[in-house]
Design a protein around this ligand. Sequence first.
Ligand SMILES: *C/C=C(C)/C=C/C=C(C)/C=C/C1=C(C)CCCC1(C)C
Length: 237
Amino acid sequence: MQFLEVLTIDPADPVSFTFFTGYMAMFAASVFFFMERSRVADEWKLSLLVSGLITGIAAVHYYYMRDFYQATGTNPIALRYIDWTLTVPLMCVEFYLITKKAGGTSGLLWRLIAASVAMLLLGYIGEAFYADQTQSWVWGALSGLAYFYIVWLVWKGEVATLAANAGGKVQAAVKALGWFVLVGWAIYPIGYIAGTAGGLFGVPVFEGLQMDLVYNIGDAINKIGFGLVIYALAQKD
Ligand SMILES: *C/C=C(C)/C=C/C=C(C)/C=C/C1=C(C)CCCC1(C)C
């Protein structure tokens, strides 16, 4: 019975622990962002709503991923990528909302969304169909190109230019969120390398290590941390 599986959590399994804490933390963060939304300046309300949606969508997926992992002991690849294809584009929406005041266009929003979906689709193919083959690095590398395009947009491209023109709070916000994309998002390729046979250009480095541990840590930092940075900036107003 599924219910009993959940009760028998292995004390020596850090992956199980992070699925349970991840679920609770995402849930609590959503309550926080939704409640605090009413206490920030109007121009930040939509950003806080999106932050709450990101952690809320993740909380629901963690609820299911946690049980999937408990019941099967395997990586919930499909659930993981469904979660990401909803939440990562929403993080792109956050960049758009912040730069909109400085002239950010919907064209920019769509380019960010398209790049993030390409990044995730290529990673999904690698994980779902090539995880046990050395060619998995090809999909990881292609996915990485889309990732670098997003990093470039945020640090040197249109997002950065708009932020520099706006200066002040907008520039500070974009810079802070840019660090998440550059450093926080870089955690994920580590999980990919850890979990696929050819993750690191065909070299099986961390064979046996659970990639979900890396992904769960990455999600907590990137989803909750990202929202908290926006909250902190909204508080300054
Ligand atoms: C809340 C979830 C987030 C912020 C997920 C982000 C995921 C990535 C940045 C994934 C990137 C990948 C690569 C750059 C190469 C290998 C395959 C991926 C999909 C793990």
